[in-house]
Write a protein that binds this ligand. Structure first.
Ligand code: CUA
Length: 309
């Protein structure tokens, strides 16, 4: 179960740690209730068929009704009180949050923006956070309704156009935690994933410094030609060093990311090449059009992308 990327019965953070025991309780309670009702039905049906001796009725039966009500009310009361207590603990945003990240959900990827006193930059589909730190995630929705969900860290928060909803995360141990859009938003809803990378605070600071470091201009001839290809084919949608972009992910530090296409493919040279030439095979309905490049243009573009560390 620990390997399940969306394993919502394993908690790795404060919010999930509050929700997971309640989920187990409700699951076990449901099984017990089903078993008890099933057993009663089985006995009742047996009697009606005359397979078992009928009960001799005494009194008006109100005693049974009282017992039934009490037995039903008890688990419901426990569920209600436990749920209210859990809600009180996961509601937010927490006042002692030390980091705020703006996440914009788009068909079908996630833009991630860090902007505070420590500097500002944009990345995509990979949200880095320091461990043991409460992090506020402000959710923006420019197109349709999506939902932000990182099961091992927190419950779902809808992303709704026209308003900013707020989620929060706190990871208690380092790790990569799969996130997933959990509101149907179009053809590629299922492939609208992301990762939350929880790191020790010093590692997070190093990652953050790396993302803010400017990328040098390409030094080799093939990467320089690749930059020309990028400007003609890619820059209308993808930003590089703060230039260009709009509807697609910022690619400035593309090579620092483990996945491409919003968690769909590992970030390898082969996957990048396949994605650029034919994104609709990997992700039908993706907003990225196929790029009609010849072999040399593709190699030059890949040479450029490999410099984006
Ligand atoms: Cu975005 Cu479903």
């Amino acid at each position: 179960m620990t390997g399940a990327p969306l394993g919502y019965l394993i908690s790795a953070g404060t919010r999930a740690a509050t929700i997971v025991p309640l989920t187990w309780f409700l699951t076990i309670l449901s099984v017990v209730v089903c078993a008890v009702i099933g057993a009663l039905l089985w006995f009742g049906v047996g009697r009606a068929r005359g397979e078992r001796a009928p009960v001799e009725r005494r009194g008006d039966g109100l005693g049974w009704i009282r017992w039934g009500l009490a037995l039903s009310a008890l688990p419901m009361a426990v569920t209600l009180i436990w749920t209210m207590a859990a809600l009180g603990r996961v509601v937010g945003p927490p006042r002692d949050a030390r980091l705020t990240i703006d996440v914009t959900a788009r068909q079908y990827w996630w833009e991630v923006r860090y902007a505070d006193a420590a500097g500002s930059f944009v990345t995509a589909n990979e949200i880095h956070i320091p461990t043991d730190t409460k992090v506020v995630v402000r959710l923006h929705g420019p197109d349709v309704i999506h939902s932000f969900w990182v099961p091992q860290l927190s419950g779902k928060t809808d992303v709704i156009p026209g308003q900013i909803n707020v989620a929060w995360l706190e990871a208690s141990r380092p790790g990569r935690y799969r996130g997933q859009c959990s509101e149907y938003c179009g053809l590629e809803h299922a492939q609208m994933a992301f990762e939350v990378v929880a790191e020790r605070p010093d590692q997070f600071a190093a990652w953050r410094a790396g993302q803010q470091r400017p990328i040098p201009l390409p030094a080799t001839p093939d990467a320089q030609r690749g930059l020309v290809v990028f400007k003609t084919q890619c820059a209308q949608c993808h930003a590089l060093r703060g230039v260009g972009g709009g509807s697609g992910p910022d690619l400035t530090h593309l090579m620092s990311r483990a996945k491409i296409a919003a968690g769909t493919l590992d970030n390898t040279t082969g996957n990048l090449a396949g994605w650029i030439l034919d994104p609709q095979s990997a992700k039908p309905g993706s907003k990225m059009p196929a790029q009609p490049l010849d072999g040399r243009q593709l190699n030059d573009l890949l040479a450029l992308l490999k410099t984006l560390k």
